[in-house]
Design a protein around this ligand. Structure first.
Ligand SMILES: *Cc1c(COP(=O)(O)O)cnc(C)c1O
Length: 366
């Protein structure tokens, strides 16, 4: 599904040189390069504060901590997401309430969130799944109506732009009160280990987040709040700082690949190609199809027999996972778990490999 070694081979000289100089500097955690990378990312995203941390799951947990969410409080997030979105709240004793998603975009919508709001609801956690923004104008309007905070889980959509109805264009992750991301190796901006970051335009929240990632201290050994240990190491920051320069190129390659799939596959009746909203870009962290008429599993074994990689994100929605199980019926989420399949889409995918994948998909549906 990804070719991280192929990508590395093209930037090997830069990466190797900077990793070695980082080791030789003797600053392994929170060195100057971590600061430099956060400034570069904050310039790129046009957001006031970027606070690096250890991974995308911690980024979410720290966002909840910075907003002072406590046991008894509720957040609303889609069940159709990676487990981390819910887990980061559940670990703090926050009640996770699941909402459904749109069948065509795989993302949640304001009207699917609103019925779950009650007096305990404190925050909404929209997830920009597979690389496309949720319709944030409507979600922001909803959050103002009920005075709720928005934490955007932007782990899959870094570099994606959203256009507001008034024409303003902003990056996902900078649209709500707090945005979070992951630099896990396979993400659109990935390092060679674990990493994550938190974004906010609110300086007061940023100060709290900076303390939270580092044991609740501003001054060493003076602990003002309960925090955790969630830092980005210097070697990962070196890698991210280099790869940030290539993010737009990587994302446009993904778009070209997605376009090839769309052109070739949109005529097949039993496949639904991904729908992109008019007001969002798509950076295709995943290229995800719906396979109709109960054929997904046969299609998946067919690809497997041909050694064509494919994945099901996600085979079991969170509201059906043991620790989170409830009797909620989320119609679209349940349909998607039976229908979705993701095809290889990455920065190193060769046109010839993609043609081979496409030919064989067409054969299956003939
Ligand atoms: C990857 C991911 C995370 C978690 O990131 P980690 O760095 O693996 O902790 C959270 N949410 C979503 C939607 C993700 O895809």
């Amino acid at each position: 599904m990804v070719d991280l070694m192929g990508q590395y081979s093209k930037i090997k000289n830069e990466i190797d040189r900077n990793i070695i100089s980082s080791i030789e500097s003797g600053r392994f955690v929170n060195g100057p390069i971590v600061e430099e990378f956060s400034e570069n990312l904050s310039d790129y995203l046009n957001v006031k504060n970027v606070i690096p941390c250890a991974n995308g799951t911690d980024a979410l947990q720290i966002a909840f901590m910075a907003l002072d969410l406590k046991p008894g409080d509720e957040i609303i997030c889609p069940s159709w997401t990676y487990i981390a979105t819910a887990e980061a709240a559940a670990i703090l004793g926050i009640k996770v309430v699941f909402c459904d998603v749109d069948l065509d975009t795989f993302n949640t919508r304001a009207d699917l969130i609103e019925p779950h709001i009650n007096k305990n609801t404190k925050a909404i956690v929209p997830v920009h799944l597979y690389g496309q923004s949720c319709d944030m104008a409507a979600i922001i309007k909803l959050s103002s109506k009920y005075n709720l905070k928005i934490i955007e889980d932007n782990a899959q959509a870094i570099g994606c732009k959203y256009t507001f109805p008034n024409g303003d264009i902003k990056f996902t992750g900078t649209l709500g009160h707090i945005g979070t991301t992951s630099f896990y190796p396979s993400k659109n901006l990935g390092c060679y280990g674990d990493g994550g970051a938190i974004f906010t335009n609110d300086d007061t929240l940023a100060e709290k987040i900076r303390m939270t990632v580092n044991h609740g201290e501003k001054i060493k050994y003076h602990h003002e709040i309960i925090g955790c240990n969630s830092r980005l190491d210097s070697i990962q920051a070196e890698i991210l700082n280099i790869k940030l320069n290539y993010l737009d190129t990587y994302n446009s390659n993904r778009k070209i690949m997605a376009n090839n799939y769309n052109l070739a596959l949109s005529g097949i009746n039993e496949l639904v190609t991904p729908k992109v909203l008019d007001n969002s870009e798509h950076v295709y962290h995943q290229y995800t199809l719906r396979v109709l008429n109960g054929k997904r599993d046969d299609f998946s074994s067919y690809l497997n027999d041909l050694a064509i990689p494919s994945m099901i994100y996600y085979p079991i929605p969170i509201h059906k996972q043991k620790p989170y199980r409830n009797d909620q019926i989320l119609k679209n989420t349940d349909i998607l778990s039976d229908e979705v399949i993701s095809l290889p889409i990455h920065t190193e995918l060769e046109t010839s490999s993609q043609e081979y994948i496409i030919e064989n998909i067409i054969k299956f549906f003939k």
